[in-house]
Every structure is written in C-alpha cells, then in structure tokens.
Write a protein that binds this ligand. Structure first.
Ligand SMILES: NCCC[C@H](NC(=O)CCC(=O)O)C(=O)O
Length: 447
C-alpha cells in the first residue's frame, strides 16, 4: 500500500493582525501594532498550499476560528449584545480584547500532535489537540480545533480523537511544533521524537530564565500514552534553555525532520550526543539516519531565528528526493542561502530548495513549518478523510474568491473593535463550512 505525508495548512482567518501577544517570540513583539493584511496573508498561505499540491504532495486546508471570541469575553463578565460586549471589552480591557481577536489558529503546527497508524497500538491515526496553555490568546483554540479535526477526519475506524490535555501549565502542550517523526518510509513504524522545554514536576532540572518554556515533559509523556506508542520507539529530548531565552519558543524554530533526516542546530538540545545515540538505536538499521547538524560557525542561532532556516518543511518528492520549502527570508540572507545551496550538494536526500513568500505570517513568528500540520497516512486512510478539505485547482480558486469576497485588505489595532468585523468573519466562516463540508463547527452556528 502507498503511504505518504499529507500537510494540512491553516487558512489565515479574517482578523489576522499584529498584537504583540507572544512574549518569547521575537517577531511577534517587534511587529506589535503594525498594520496587517488579512487578505494578503490568506493568499500567501493558499499559494504555498497550491505549490505543494503542484509538487505532487497531498495538501489539505484547516479552517480558521471565529474571532473576536465574544464567548470568552462573556465568560470574563462582559455583557449585552455582541456589539456591546466588543465595545466594552475594547475600552475597559484592551489587552484582553486584542487577545480574543488573534487569528493565531493559522499556525496549525500547534493545532495538535498526530501519530500515524504505523506507530500506534490500535493501528489508527491518533489526534490530540494542543492545549496551548502558555499564551492566553492561544489557549482559546483547542476546543474548536478538536471539532474541526473531527469534521475532517471523521471515520472512527481509521481515526482516534482525544481531548486536549488538562488546561494547566504543568501539561503545557504546543503540539506538533515540538514533535518530529523519523522513519525509514512513511508506512513503517517510526521513532516519535518529543521535544519539551521544561520539567513541570521537578524544578531542580534546567529551565529557561528569561522567556517561558511552553511545553513540558509531562505533556509529551501523556500524549505518547494516549496515542498508544511503544516506549522503545519514543525519544524525549529537552530543548536547550539558552536558545529558548534567545527566542526559540518552539523546537520547530531550531530543528526539523522528515523520514530519515533530522536537520537541527548545534545548540538546539540538552544532552545532544547521548540523546541522538538513543535516537539512532531506536531508529534501527533499516535506513541510514542523516543527522544534519548546523554549526554556530555556519549559521548563528540569531540568524536562524531571523530567517527561520529550521522552520522549513522538508518534504519527500515522488522521485524520492527531498526538497526544503523555505521562507524568502532565508533567500535574502547571504549566510543562509549559501548554506542551503551547499547543503543540496552533500550526501543527503535533500536536493532542492524552494522559496515562498509567507511574510504576513513570518511577522508574527510563523514560517512555512508553523503553517502546516503533518499527517502520515495511506491511500486508504486518505480516502477516509473529508475530501472537501483536500487542495485541488478548483478548491484553490474557490478559496481565493472566498478571500476576495470577505477579507479586508488592511487591519490596524483600532479596526479590531469594529463590530462589523465580527459579522464579516461569521459570514465568511459560515460560507467556508459549506465549502469544506465541515458542518456546524463554530459556536455562532449553534443558534
Ligand atoms: N508556530 C508559530 C506560532 C506563532 C504564534 N504567534 C502569535 O501568536 C503572535 C500573535 C500576535 O502577536 O499577534 C505563537 O507565538 O504561538
């Protein structure tokens, strides 16, 4: 049977804006208050999805969430009509209001952790939405994420959905951004590499001092248990606290893997040598494991954060060669573009580099890899997916027209409090649920 890896990219929502909500994420803070373009952001994302589809990959779309989140504002004591709730919150609690307007569900690498059927005890693909407890604006995502994932992966004979972990920092879970699956080929059992930032229950262990470690070891262990993974095929690695303190808020800012390739920076992890030995042992000898370590002298951590060299997608093409999908920021850096060009000449499967412009997302700290959720699957499992969410020439043009019809060209901070924006978003999302055949996944559709 044919197995492959599908990417499900977040469709950027109609309220995409720069609110400086993510302490520890350099781009988010430095672009706070800049004007955004939701229309351009959504179109940049769609172009990347279409490009991967055209490269022969299976590409899907993950719907955005309803914002401003008036339901959360009501839970926080704002009353009246939706317009009154928005006006009161924007005036009385502007920081809270900005948080409930974020389109952050676009970064679907944080939507969930997925284990493919080859790795799980019951032979199903397992999904656990990430609780994203560390940032208030992101903690509003998991319930709707779960509903959207269930509307995309409906078949109970192929897919198993779990509830997100308890909403507490002890179980802080940022999803697939801190999870990499290494395997000889997609259909074979792989090694699932979980990366965490700190130990929740043992404060004597190393932890960052300046910026938060969003993801805990205990969260990783819980997801591995839920998914029925075999301990002999799981590795837990701690992120280097010093790089978190420099702005590496997720592991996918400093490492990325695909099949038998792990591409990472020298400073990415704690206890690197012994942990990579464990990884090699658990990976086995069915294929060569390529551990591509980028040295400080080749690309500094600061340059990696600026260009998102590691927030690239490493994909396998039908020829068997691998390609790196990189943001144009990598192309614009002399050091990084030279590194990548040289990388394709080495003895590794990576032979092509493709650059795409996702600047609207990059300004909030989200590169190509943040925008996608990976699901390794078989042809049979793909046939069980809601087919309406899969990218095609048709869906690409339908969604571009949908964006043109509903999205604003620009949004500034003041625009977020315009009650009209909520109506525009609901109208757009209502139409989208029909395009993608999702059913009533949004609260406003519950009547
Ligand atoms: N994987 C990339 C996630 C980026 C995301 N940025 C944000 O939420 C910034 C939103 C803002 O500042 O408006 C985050 O930090 O979790």
């Amino acid at each position: 049977m044919k197995f492959f890896e599908a990417n499900f990219d977040g469709l950027v929502g109609p309220t995409h804006n720069y609110a400086g909500l993510s302490v520890g994420n350099v781009a988010s803070l430095s672009n706070a208050k800049n004007t955004s373009s939701p229309r351009q952001a959504a179109k940049q994302g769609l172009s990347k999805m279409k490009a991967l589809h055209d490269l022969g990959l299976v590409q899907g779309v993950l719907a955005p969430q309803e914002r401003p989140d008036t339901y959360t504002l009501r839970r926080l004591g704002f009353t009246g009509t939706d317009t009154q709730v928005i006006e009161k919150a924007a005036k009385q609690a502007p920081a809270v209001f900005k948080a409930v307007c974020s389109a952050s569900s676009m970064w679907t690498a944080n939507a969930a952790t997925i284990s493919p059927s080859a790795d799980t005890a019951d032979g199903k693909i397992h999904f656990t939405p990430a609780n994203l407890t560390n940032k208030f604006h992101r903690s509003l995502e998991p319930v709707t994420t779960g509903k959207i994932l269930q509307a995309m992966f409906r078949s109970t004979s192929h897919f198993a959905h779990h509830t997100h972990l308890p909403d507490n920092d002890h179980f802080g879970d940022e999803g697939a951004a801190n999870h990499t699956r290494l395997c000889s080929t997609y259909g074979k059992r792989g090694v699932e590499l979980f990366v965490f930032g700190r130990y929740a229950f043992d404060t004597s262990q190393p932890a960052p001092k300046r910026f938060p470690a969003r993801h805990t070891l205990e969260a990783c262990e819980a997801v591995a248990r839920l998914h029925g993974l075999n301990a002999e095929h799981v590795v837990y690695m701690q992120q280097n606290p010093d790089v978190i303190d420099q702005g590496v808020f997720h592991n996918d800012v400093i490492a990325v893997g695909n099949e038998n390739v792990l591409f990472y920076h020298q400073q990415a992890f704690v206890d690197t040598a012994s942990k990579l030995n464990e990884l090699k042992r658990k990976f086995g000898s069915e294929a060569d494991l390529h551990l591509i370590e980028v040295k400080d002298t080749e690309v500094s951590v600061a340059e990696a954060i600026k260009t998102y060299l590691f927030n690239t997608q490493v994909i396998t093409l039908s020829s068997g060669e691998m390609a790196i999908i990189a943001p144009t920021e990598c192309q614009e850096s002399a050091a990084v573009s030279a590194y990548l060009a040289e990388l394709t000449t080495r003895n590794s499967p990576i032979k092509q580099i493709h650059y795409y412009d996702v600047k609207q997302s990059m300004r909030n700290g989200g590169g190509p890899a943040c925008l996608r959720l990976r699901v390794a699957m078989s042809e049979q499992e793909k046939n069980a997916v809601n087919q309406k969410v899969l990218m095609s020439d048709n869906l690409f043009s339908t969604l571009n027209q949908w964006v043109d019809k509903h999205y604003r060209d620009e949004i500034s901070e003041a625009d977020l409090a315009d009650p009209q924006l909520l109506l525009e978003s609901r109208t757009a999302l209502d139409e989208l649920t029909q395009i993608l055949d999702l059913g009533s996944v949004y609260q406003f559709q519950q009547g």
